[in-house]
Write a protein that binds this ligand. Structure first.
Ligand code: DAH
Length: 339
């Protein structure tokens, strides 16, 4: 019997397996109830008393080495299964992107980066505003018809507190708290009581720009916006400025860019005009400067405001504004990888 035990010890010492299934087969062969090692334990009962001690020790040695060998083989393959994890670099970025950035965030970042390259820094203001910052300081007199045009959401019954209808409110807050030179952009969410459709929503996003210093002229505004349009829509983009009206700028304009879909030839996106409107702008009205504590004799400046949804729709040819708010993963997944 001792001989058989020793032969088994040698045999088990040499066994090999190529995968976890084989290891399990080997475990059954040696260690299951009817396995080769277990059978020897059954026979042990019949071993004569005088050699029981010697045989018993050998047998226990066999069982231990069989258990160890099986564990060792198992560990090899379990380790292999997790090789990418256990042996890998835990700080390495995931190979597959987890989720995607929302297109509005993608374009907001592009706008911020474009203006950062010419020295504009970023600030934000509150979404719940008072009448002063959203209207009065921006030169909307109490009975100004433009107030009606903004479809304001008021908070409860207090006509002084409202959800801001534009990010122009942050211009005022910035001018109140700092002196020129000011070269900043203000991204943020705005709210208007509009019926929801493919072209309008009650929540949307704007980026406001403000540049105040000595001797700032309309030419500076035009150059800045031309630079922005070419960076955002491509080198061949052209701009045109049309006269417009806003209470807080004088003169005021609206800027169109040449349609980036048809290159100006005319298509349904630009309604066959070759141009699409993307922002409002102008020279900051002296009243808005004075209302915020900045001398209009010493300083001049320009401002502009654009809708992020509109720019995103043009850039990615998205035809329905509601897609931005529905969080349909089939829409959002198309932006996987966009930064
Ligand atoms: N606040 C305007 C709007 O929401 C956009 C705008 C127009 C902003 C002209 C400006 C500007 O700064 O100068 O319609």
């Amino acid at each position: 019997m001792v001989e058989r035990i020793e032969r088994l010890i040698t045999e088990i010492g040499a066994i090999k397996a190529v995968n976890l299934d084989e290891v399990e087969q080997l475990r059954l062969k040696y260690l299951s109830k009817k396995g080769l090692v277990s059978v020897l334990f059954d026979e042990f009962k019949t071993v004569p008393a005088e050699i029981k001690r010697e045989v018993g020790q050998k047998l226990n040695g066999l069982k231990t080495s069989a258990l160890q060998k099986i564990e060792q083989l198992k560990a090899e393959f379990e380790h292999e299964d997790n090789a990418g994890f256990a042996g890998g670099d835990l700080t390495r970025p995931s190979l597959k992107p987890l989720g995607a950035r929302h297109p509005i965030s993608v374009v907001r970042k592009q706008i911020i980066d474009i203006f950062a390259r010419i020295g504009f820094t970023v600030a934000v203001g509150p979404e719940i505003e008072d009448d002063w910052h959203n209207f009065s300081a921006l030169n909307f007199t109490p009975d100004h018809p433009a107030r009606d045009m903004q479809d304001t959401f008021f908070i409860a019954t207090n006509p002084d507190i409202l959800l801001r209808t534009h990010t122009s409110s942050v211009q005022i807050r910035t001018m109140e708290s700092s002196q020129p030179p000011i070269r900043m952009i203000f991204p943020g969410r705005v709210f208007r009581n509009e019926a929801i459709s493919a072209r309008a929503h009650c929540i949307f996003h704007q980026v406001e720009g403000l540049y105040i210093d000595k001797n700032v002229s309309f030419a500076d505004l035009k150059q800045t916006l031309m630079y922005f349009a070419k960076e955002m829509f491509g080198e061949n983009t052209e701009i045109r400025l049309r006269p417009s009206y806003f209470p807080f700028t004088e003169p005021s304009g609206e800027m169109d860019v040449s349609c980036n879909i048809c290159g100006g030839a005319g298509c349904n996106i630009c309604k066959y005009t070759g141009w699409v409107e993307i922002l409002g702008c102008g020279m900051v009205d002296p009243n808005a400067l004075e209302n915020s504590g900045i001398s209009s004799r010493e300083y001049t400046g320009f401002a502009f405001g654009m809708g992020i949804e509109r720019i995103t729709m043009l850039k990615y040819q998205i035809k329905d504004l509601r897609l931005f708010f529905e969080n349909d993963v089939r829409f959002l997944r198309q932006f996987t990888g966009a930064m």
